[in-house]
Design a protein around this ligand. Structure first.
Ligand code: ISE
Length: 337
């Protein structure tokens, strides 16, 4: 593919608008050629400042717009599957925000459709894989200098959850990141999930069980514990400590400038994922644009999206029943090996 990559962005909510801004201002080699949103006014408003960008309320129309060569899907999860099929029908490469689909069955259908095309078109937006600290931790683990990984101790805290958040979403919208990160860092599938919850925090919205503790067991015998707390009130924190047989490594402490005065020392805590992972989002998009222009599809695949969805589905069952729940995965198709 030569020249500037024309990208259609589907969904102009928080993430979609952020991707549009990123492509327009920071990513080289790409431009926003079309945007689509059910809210036509929002799409029009966003496209207004972008030369040559058209606004649509319909995914198909956006993908057929002049100059569109690739797609970013950033609509709500339940709308991803249809958008992916529209992209497949036109053989357009796609960067699809997580979750690939809200459930394992949908992700299986997407994989089947992609296999019928005979080549990978989808990269899933698990952006932590592009974060510099996560990359460092992955290299440390891959070097294997400290023996086998035994534990990942993870903390995933948000200041507050959006109004539509449910107890299930702590697993399938938030912990889905740790599910993917754990599979990627350890190079192992997740075999079973257990979910426990302490007393609900005073800051949790009515009916939302927050915080929760999610335990993931990998096929290689490692245990991943995730404290997920999406109304902690004090900051956005994503931390991960890997413990191996003879050493440990930890990321996400967020050391920025340290101030001292009046007998105290301190620093700022990020308040939001678009700030904490801003570089990861930039790198994800830049790398996707470069790979796409070179005719390659890289990064987390539809298989990774499927595996994460299957683990989260088991997680939601474990949450409801209080019982350790095994994860059932289909055999990995050759396209994803
Ligand atoms: C949100 O959708 C994200 O992807 C954030 O990274 C995560 O921290 C948050 O809990 C999710 O709701």
């Amino acid at each position: 593919m030569s020249g500037t990559l024309g990208v259609a962005v589907i969904g102009t909510g928080r993430m979609g608008a952020d991707h549009v801004r990123r492509i327009d201002r920071y990513v080289s080699g790409a431009r926003v050629a079309a945007v689509a949103d059910l809210d036509g006014d929002r799409a029009k408003e966003l496209s207004a400042g972008l030369p040559g960008c058209t606004a649509h309320t319909d995914v198909a129309a956006a993908l057929d717009a002049p100059g569109v060569q690739a797609v970013v899907v950033a609509s709500p999860g339940p709308a991803h599957e249809e958008a992916l099929y529209e992209a497949f029908a036109r053989e357009l490469p796609v960067l699809c925000e997580k979750p690939l689909t809200p459930d394992g069955a949908g992700a299986l259908r997407v994989m089947e459709a992609e296999q019928r095309l005979g080549r990978r078109l989808v990269q899933v937006g698990f952006m932590r894989r592009h974060d510099a600290e996560y990359e460092q931790l992955k290299s440390w683990l891959d070097a294997g200098a400290h023996g086998r990984p035994l534990f990942l101790h993870c903390r995933h805290r948000n200041v507050s959850s959006p109004s539509f958040f449910t107890s299930e979403m702590l697993v399938n919208d938030s912990v889905v990141h740790e599910v993917d990160a754990a599979r990627w860092l350890l190079g192992q599938e997740i075999a079973a999930v257990t979910v426990m919850a302490p007393a609900t925090a005073a800051g949790a919205p009515r009916g939302v069980r927050d915080p929760q503790l999610v335990l993931l067991e990998t096929v290689g015998g490692a245990i991943v514990d995730v404290e997920v707390f999406v109304n902690c009130g004090f900051g956005y924190q994503v931390q991960c400590e890997a413990v191996c047989e003879t050493g440990s490594a930890r990321i996400g402490d967020g050391w920025s400038m340290v101030t001292q005065g009046a007998g105290r020392w301190g620093g700022a805590i990020d308040q939001d994922y678009t700030v904490r992972f801003s570089n990861a989002y930039d790198r994800q998009l830049q790398r996707w644009v470069e790979a796409t222009r070179a005719g390659r599809t890289e990064g987390p695949s539809a298989w990774d999206g499927y595996a994460a969805a299957a683990v989260c589905e088991a997680g939601v069952r474990a949450q409801r029943t209080g019982v350790r729940t095994t994860v059932e995965l289909v055999e990995r198709p050759p396209l994803y090996c």
